[in-house]
Design a protein around this ligand. Structure first.
Ligand SMILES: C[S@@+](CC[C@H](N)C(=O)[O-])C[C@H]1O[C@@H](n2cnc3c(N)ncnc32)[C@H](O)[C@@H]1O
Length: 301
């Protein structure tokens, strides 16, 4: 799995830039346009929140666990719009501090190993864009990927009542995924070989499931699948909107970009992280169908 240092590299590094670009509780996961790109990014993110809250029957006083909560966009929605209570978990120190300053109960804790003894059980659980980080390249190579997901669903099983629902969305590898050995950061810009190499560097300790099937079979028979849909096309639009917002000028933000320059000069991984802001390997992976993106609703049996 991605460890705290990996997630600090990916998320804490960009914490202030992210919040200046996307707002204090911005989403860092695919929005839900349902193909209607006249919607603004904010409207499409809110549509996602509503879809999830409705699917999980979240209402006033529901107790919700927001796993891999990021800057707590979903927590923000269910607390303000539904009157629910939420505990958020992240492994990024920067995100947790920002969420706490914004008044949310967010802690730095590995969500894959939460126990009922920690916070009791929950009415509903979400994990939006977290599963991508649960299995590392090494675990995949050692043949442990299925077990990682099976263990995760056992954690969820212990935290929910029978009939309790869980929502997750995750990137998955798709039909044009390439061989690991072919990934090469020096390959031509925009090639599958380069974009996949950049993805592996941007998200250290992270490897994706092979299709939604891999997740679903590890959820069963403890959980039944209620709904699934692909968010690949919507994710491409989400990333286009993120790129615009990351580039939009503000003096404070550009000073922050400048403060990263010393790292840029001396650290190769850092140069690659910044390259991802320009080249958007995520987007290319979705366009080339190297990756897909799934929204899955489960119910404990
Ligand atoms: C792509 S962001 C998604 C954030 C948020 N859910 C959203 O939709 O904006 C991924 C998040 O997963 C968190 N994460 C990854 N692995 C985790 C783990 N084992 N335990 C807790 N959080 C984790 C990261 O810290 C980060 O907050």
């Amino acid at each position: 799995m991605a460890e705290k240092k990996d997630l600090d590299f990916t998320y804490t590094t960009i914490d202030k830039i992210f919040r200046l670009s996307m707002g204090q509780t911005g989403d860092y996961s695919g929005a839900k346009y349902d193909g209607d790109f006249t919607m603004s990014l904010e409207e499409a993110q809110k549509a996602k929140h509503k879809f999830i809250a409705d699917s999980l029957h979240i209402k006033k006083d529901s107790k919700v666990l927001d796993m891999a909560c990021g800057w707590a966009p979903f927590t923000n929605y269910i607390v303000k719009d539904r009157g629910a209570t939420s505990i958020g978990l992240t492994l990024s120190e920067g995100q947790a501090e920002a969420c706490q300053k914004n008044g949310y109960d967010v802690r730095v804790q590995d969500c894959r190993t939460v126990k009922p003894e920690d916070y009791g059980t929950f009415d509903a659980i979400v994990c939006i864009g977290g599963l991508e980080h649960f299995c590392s390249v090494e675990q995949w190579q050692a043949g442990k990927q299925e077990q990682v997901y099976a263990d995760f669903f056992q954690t969820l099983y212990d935290l929910l009542p029978v009939g309790g629902r869980f929502y997750m969305q995750t990137m998955v590898f798709s039909k044009n995924m390439i061989e690991f050995e072919d990934m090469d950061v020096n390959a031509p810009k925009g090639s599958a070989e380069r974009v996949m190499a950049l993805m592996v560097e941007e998200f250290p300790g992270s490897w994706l499931p092979y299709g939604p099937e891999m997740v679903i079979r590890n959820a069963e028979p403890k959980f039944k699948l209620i709904s699934q849909s692909s968010g690949r096309i919507d994710y491409i639009e989400t990333i286009k909107q993120w790129q615009k917002r990351f580039k939009k000028f503000s003096i404070r933000k550009y000073l922050l970009y400048l403060s990263l320059v010393p790292n840029y000069l001396f650290n190769k991984d850092f140069r690659h992280l910044l390259a991802t802001l320009n080249e958007s390997p995520n987007r290319v992976c979705f366009e080339k169908e190297i990756m897909d993106h799934y929204r899955l609703v489960f119910e404990k049996v």
